[in-house]
Structure formats: C-alpha cells, structure tokens
Design a protein around this ligand. Structure first.
Ligand code: GLN
Length: 194
C-alpha cells in the first residue's frame, strides 16, 4: 500500500489525514525526520509558514525535506504549504523549501477578504471544487514548466510542476476529497511500489 505523510509540525494536520485516508492509502503523521524514509509522498499543510519554517529548522527537517523533493518524491502544499514550496516569495529575501518555479505572495487577497469561499474550476479535477481561502497566498508568477490548474478572478491559486502540487486554498476543510485523490494518483503514478 502507498504511504503518504502529512508534515505534522504545525497547522491543519488532522483534516488532511482524514481526506487522504478516504483514498485507501496508509497515512503517516510525520513528526520525525526518519519517517520520511517510510513515505512515498508528503503533504505540507496550511498554517503559518514562518512558524512552520522555524519548526522545520528546529527539528532538522530543512535539508531532508529539500532532498525528499529533489529525489522526485511528490509533495502537495496547501496554503502555507504552498508558500514553503515556492522558489520565490514577494517581500522575502529567501524562500523556504523552494521546490517549485513560482513566485508566491503571502496574504495576498487583502484585509477585506481575509477568508472566503469560492467555487473553482480545477484542471483535471472539476469545475465545482470548493475553495476555502484563509489569509491565502496568490501564485503571482510561474515558470515555463509549471502547469496552472486553477485561477480565481484571474489570479493563480493552484499549480503543478512534475511531482509537486500547490494550492492557495484548503481542500482539507471541505468534504470534497478530489484534490487529495488527484495527489494520491500522482503518487501512485510516480512511485513504483516495491
Ligand atoms: N498566511 C499564512 C502564511 O503566510 C498562510 C495561511 C494559511 O495557511 N491558511 O503562512
């Protein structure tokens, strides 16, 4: 059976676990670096990216996570998780795990729209995907190898680059498990189980 981890240093972990479990895979709650060896794919949850980064450094996850991605293992970042994936961040000198060729702006929908919901058309998934946005980032630029999967009012809110998937919203906070299903299929197609 495929093993999918959820990075459990901070943020919306339990909801991701439930959404992934709905897809008939084994879920690993990742709190220690050694657990990365047991998993075929990993979710970076939403939460607070600077706090998450601090804990990533504190618990020695920085290099191992970068290596996990560089080895082509699939990663799905939601909201703060997408911020961790970006190679460039607006207003920040340095990115975090920096795996996807995209520039991301944090809290980019502004104060008036701190949190909202919208129906999204997501390529490969459907035209009725419920997007829950909470102090959400926007993907403001993507490189040529990045496929845009969804836009909201002309702003990019979901994208994929090979084994990496990122979205600005929180699919784990809805009953709709199709985004997780999409990621599980990515893992199934990329990883050949031994
Ligand atoms: N605004 C948060 C950040 O910058 C992300 C918000 C979220 O994950 N819901 O990390």
């Amino acid at each position: 059976m495929i093993n999918i981890g959820v990075l459990a240093l901070q943020g919306a972990v339990r909801e991701h676990v439930q959404a992934i479990e709905a897809n008939d895979v084994n879920v690993v709650i990742v709190k220690k670096v050694e657990q990365l060896e047991d998993i075929d794919g990993l979710v970076f949850p939403g939460g607070e990216s600077t706090t998450m980064r601090r804990l990533i450094n504190k618990y020695g996850f920085y290099e191992p996570l970068k290596d996990f991605g560089k080895n082509g293992k699939p990663i799905f970042g939601t909201c703060a998780g997408a911020i961790l994936m970006a190679k460039e961040l607006v207003g920040h000198a340095e990115p975090h795990i920096a795996l996807m060729d995209m520039k991301v702006e944090r809290n980019a929908f502004g104060r008036q729209r701190e949190s909202f919901e919208a129906l999204l058309k997501v390529k490969g998934i459907g035209d009725d995907v419920q997007g829950v946005f909470i102090r959400a980032p926007i993907i403001v630029e993507v490189g040529k190898d990045v496929e845009v999967l969804a836009e909201y009012e002309g702003e990019i809110v979901a994208a994929r680059q090979g084994p990496f998937l990122a979205c600005s919203y929180h699919p784990e906070l809805t009953d709709d498990v199709r985004m997780h299903q999409y990621f599980v299929n990515m893992v199934r197609n990329i990883v050949v189980p031994t």
